[in-house]
Design a binder for this molecule. Structure first.
Ligand code: SF4
Length: 697
């Protein structure tokens, strides 16, 4: 007898992890784990990092949840979907009846698809009627978003395609480590580095800094001052682009009144960066034919994150870079849908289309699409950390639903956050695996992951992508959209108001975004399936999209960009006698965010299985520590035991810990939740610590 060969089906899709959203194909044969092949896509140029190569392992992970779990007598036990959803709806209704609508809160994630971000925001405002919704993107790029809106009137991470970087003479990377966080990105920097123009600002000698032509190492929390020093040098050395400043901007005079006091020698005393290097960078940027200033988390995750990003934008404006073909300013978004996730209404102060929830016209438009009266929509709620901090307190939420986030590991002062979660009357999570946050829940709902469902993502360039379903999910696992739809109906909403099909939800999202700053009304699944490169805004079906923004005008009503005067104040928690060192946190190549996914992939976890602390050898010696031994890293909020890695290139006053690990290895046990006053971003990037041997010596 003849046996038919199994037919392998290749599905063109994108990586489950970071904002580069590398193109890949998944090939599956019936019943098997799919294999991954890199796909030529402009952002990754056919490259993948280790995380992308190993991503199919997530699909077959034995750690996957395959049944809803309900806590009974203190233990999470399998339950049917009807039992779990009925329980959730009953408890939410009770809590709302007794304590009011704002007693129920929702927490989302920057990895959720556009459709999920949109339906989650609608679910909170319409089905629950609560103002209490925010998401983990507040921890990620909210400071750059706020600074971008101040300066340009609109925030799109990169307002130009990544491939434009290839022609740059100079790229100034501030607080970004793409060689580890998104390795295929580095191909876009080779043009600048081959021309001697790659400058990296980072207190650590990261793999990205290793490739730089010039590496500046300011003390953590002083990069705002460094930007002021370089801007001072630009002006003092006659490099100000006066005609651009006159034609395309306002407010330079107020900025110069502050910057005039930040001469490079003064800034050297604040930052530790030599005045000569500040002048050198000013000259390199000024002489470049094309140049870019790019910021990331290192600039943003501070209690002064918005001001810090504004300082780097001011520098770019003084040189005439933004809105010029082949030059510009951009923010490197981190999470997979960090861009789209901030546009569709899961943020405490926003409605879909990147509209402000307090704006009457925005409320009217979105309420019309949703078929509810505008006055029924709640106003702005608490920001992410403030929401977590208020859980279970007098006027705080009593119940929380978490989608796509693992706050027990990823939030600052994480022991306190876990305490607040434990103080809730009711915690529900939708999760792939029993993450550290789900382990505290009363109900856990098992949901599909990237290759098991259709959905759109918006990558760091503002390009909308279709992530396609390549494999069937495990039986009895549902999509987040199905969960939201089923819950909304149990809370009394009509089924047609909460569709569960991704394309149907996207069609509604298009209408809700129409006319807003992030206008998706011309993006359709059909156009994406046809391979069109659609960068928002795309205001109608014929519109080709907007790869490059601001070429003619910025988004403020007068078309001009704004200089924003800012001054250096330093970290919220400076070092002192008791805590003499500064700890900074970040990512490693093998792990993504809280590690809930990458710690499940053996090849990744075996490479970096535990937290470590990088310490300068002199600092280690003074603390009695040895390379490879264990250290206690202690801040005012907690302590972490970590293996010592002595790193001679590190500043002696700085230690570094990656933040991907659970339990007592959480770097965020240490971090300071001091918030930026505008973006409400916590100060992840610097806190005061001391080191000791494990016995406390
Ligand atoms: Fe690309 Fe990021 Fe995925 Fe790595 S993790 S393959 S850089 S999208």
């Amino acid at each position: 007898t003849l046996t038919a060969e199994p037919t392998a089906i290749a599905t063109e899709t994108h990586c489950p992890y970071c904002a580069l959203q590398c193109g890949m194909s998944l090939t599956s044969e019936a019943g098997g784990t799919p294999t991954v092949t890199p796909r030529r896509f402009p952002a990754n140029g056919g490259g993948l990092c280790q995380k992308g190569w190993t991503s199919p392992a997530l699909l077959g992970s034995p750690a996957r949840l395959t049944s809803p779990l309900v806590r009974v007598d203190g233990e999470l036990r399998p339950a049917s979907w009807d039992t779990a959803l009925d329980l959730v709806a009953t408890r939410l209704r009770e809590i709302r009846r007794v304590h009011g609508a704002d007693a129920v809160a929702v927490f989302g994630g920057g990895g959720l698809t556009n459709e999920k971000s949109y339906l989650l925001g609608k679910f909170a405002r319409v089905a629950l009627g609560t103002s209490q919704i925010d998401y983990n993107g507040r921890f990620c790029m909210s400071s750059a978003a706020a600074a971008g809106i101040k300066a340009f009137g609109l925030d799109r991470g990169l307002p130009f395609p990544l491939t434009d970087l290839a022609d740059a003479d100079v790229v100034l990377l501030v607080g970004a480590n793409p060689a580890e966080t998104m390795p295929p990105f580095v191909q876009h920097l080779t043009g600048a580095s081959s021309r001697g123009g790659l400058v990296v600002v980072d207190p650590r000698r990261t793999p990205t800094a290793e490739q730089a032509n010039l590496h500046l190492t300011p003390a953590p929390g002083t990069d705002l001052a460094l930007a002021l020093g370089i801007l001072h040098a630009v002006v003092a050395d006659g490099h100000l682009n006066q005609s651009y400043v006159d034609r395309r901007t306002t407010g330079f005079g107020a900025v110069w009144r502050v910057v005039a006091g930040y001469w490079p020698e003064h800034v050297e005393r604040i930052t530790g960066v030599a005045a000569a290097d500040q002048r050198r960078v000013a000259g390199m940027l000024a002489r470049a034919r094309n140049a870019y200033v790019l910021t990331a988390r290192g600039a943003e995750q501070h209690a002064t994150g918005v001001d810090t990003v504004s300082a780097w934008i001011n520098l770019a404006l003084a040189l005439g870079l933004p809105g010029r073909q082949g030059s510009g300013y951009g923010c490197l978004t981190g999470q997979g849908n960090g861009q789209g996730g901030r546009e569709h209404g899961q943020k405490a102060d926003q409605l879909p289309g990147y509209r402000k929830i307090a704006d009457p016209a925005a409320r009217e438009h979105v309420a019309g699409v949703w078929g509810v009266p505008p006055e029924s929509l709640p106003g702005p709620g608490r920001s992410a950390y403030e929401l977590l901090d208020a859980l279970g307190t007098g006027d705080g939420p009593r119940a929380l639903l978490v989608f796509g986030s693992n706050v027990v590991v990823s939030a600052p002062r994480s022991a306190h956050v876990a305490e607040r979660l434990s103080a809730l009357d009711f915690l529900v999570t939708a999760d792939l695996v029993l993450s550290e946050t789900s382990a505290l829940a009363d109900v856990v709902l098992p949901v599909t992951q990237w290759a098991e469902e259709d959905g759109t993502m918006t990558n760091l360039e503002g390009r909308v992508l279709l992530r396609r379903k390549a494999v069937d999910p495990p039986e009895s696992v549902r999509t987040d959209l199905q969960v939201l739809s089923a819950l909304a109906q149990r809370l009394g909403q009509p089924a047609q108001r909460f569709p569960a099909d991704a394309e149907t939800v996207f069609t509604e999202l298009r209408a809700a975004s129409a006319g807003g700053p992030a206008d998706y009304s011309g993006v359709s699944y059909d156009r994406l399936r046809a391979g069109e490169a659609l960068y928002w805004p795309v205001p109608d079906d014929e519109h080709p999209g907007t790869p490059r923004m601001f070429l003619d005008a910025f988004a403020h009503p007068d078309g001009r960009a704004r200089f924003v005067p800012v001054a250096h104040t330093g970290p919220a928690e400076p070092p002192d006698e008791e805590f003499p060192l500064q700890a900074t946190t970040g990512r490693v190549l093998q792990h993504y965010q809280s590690g809930a996914q990458t710690r499940l992939v053996a090849e990744l976890n075996d490479s970096v299985p535990e937290v470590y602390v990088e310490v300068h050898p002199d600092t280690a010696r003074r603390a009695g520590l040895t390379d490879g031994g264990l250290a206690s890293v202690v801040s005012r909020r907690g302590a972490v035991t970590a293996r010592v890695r002595c790193v001679g290139s590190l500043r002696p006053d700085v230690v570094f810990l990656p933040f991907h690990f659970p339990g007592e290895q959480r770097a965020n046990l240490l971090t300071n939740p001091a918030l930026d006053p505008a973006s409400r971003m916590p100060e992840f990037k610097v806190c005061a610590v001391r080191l000791s041997t494990q016995d406390g010596a």
